[in-house]
Design a protein around this ligand. Structure first.
Ligand SMILES: [Zn+2]
Length: 255
């Protein structure tokens, strides 16, 4: 995998339009499918409004967003209504996020948020565009990247280093169990996963997760049973092999 963009492309034209063409050409040339490992992805023929790339082998779809600066806690995305409607659809695209450097014209970070990490809770409705805007009244969305657990940000390239493909495919497989759950059920699961991962420890206790009771209560106002909910999610994550039980009240994240 070569991280530089193709130099034959409009090198001195650094508008967002040309950045779009470099980054898309780069994905076509170098990115592999994280789902089945196929060496190439193909571009959708005519500016499909919902996805940019397709794996010709497993039909998994991908949407690419690229920018110069690192992605923060929110990423602006397409129409809010369309995003919400597509949550449960089988062809809801996975999100490919790329940061690039304009000096070296190369990829710095490329990571994927698998589609099964998309739940209603991470899609934020934006204010309608002002009456003076070209698309007045249009309502866009933000993806709340900060609410996505680390296991839902799978790096192919990290700080200009290409990560081993086997590792990427393995990380991808590890959370596929989420696809069996409805977006409604996944909301709690992902929030609890995020709490567990944010502890930054391979072993943790139930009490440490209970410490997020207030935080989770704020995310789900009206829910009076946060602790039982936490236990239920941990049980589920254990049954799916994401975490393992060590002893009473203590758990371990599976490698
Ligand atoms: Zn594939």
């Amino acid at each position: 995998m070569k991280l530089e963009f193709d130099e034959t492309q409009s090198l001195y034209n650094s508008g967002s339009q040309s950045a779009r063409s470099w980054t898309e050409a780069w994905v076509c040339a170098w990115a592999y499918c994280p789902h089945c490992g196929n060496a190439k992805m193909s571009q959708f023929p005519n500016n499909s409004p919902l996805a940019d790339f397709l794996c010709p082998s497993c039909s998994e779809e991908f949407e690419l967003k690229s920018q110069k600066s690192k992605f923060g806690t929110k990423v602006a995305d397409g129409a809010y209504k369309t995003k919400c409607e597509r949550l449960a659809a089988s062809n809801n695209p996975n999100l490919l996020l790329m940061n690039y450097d304009l000096k070296t014209l190369s990829v710095i970070n490329l990571f994927i948020v698998p589609k099964h990490f998309f739940v209603r809770e991470i899609i934020e409705e934006r204010k309608p565009l002002a009456a003076t805007a070209r698309r007045a009244g249009w309502v866009g969305s933000n993806i709340l990247l900060g609410r996505v657990p680390d296991s839902g940000k799978i790096h192919i390239v990290q700080n200009a280093v290409v990560r081993p493909k086997e590792l990427v495919l393995e990380e991808w497989q590890k959370t596929l169990f989420l696809r069996n759950e409805s977006p409604e059920t996944r909301g709690w699961l992902l929030d609890v996963m995020n709490c567990v991962e944010s502890l930054g420890k391979s072993e943790f206790t139930l009490d440490q997760v209970y410490a997020f009771e207030r935080h989770l209560g704020e995310l789900y106002p009206g829910n009076q049973n946060v602790k039982p909910k936490i236990r239920q999610q941990l049980q589920y994550l254990r049954d799916r092999g994401f975490i393992e039980f060590v002893s009473r009240g203590s758990y371990r994240l599976r490698k």
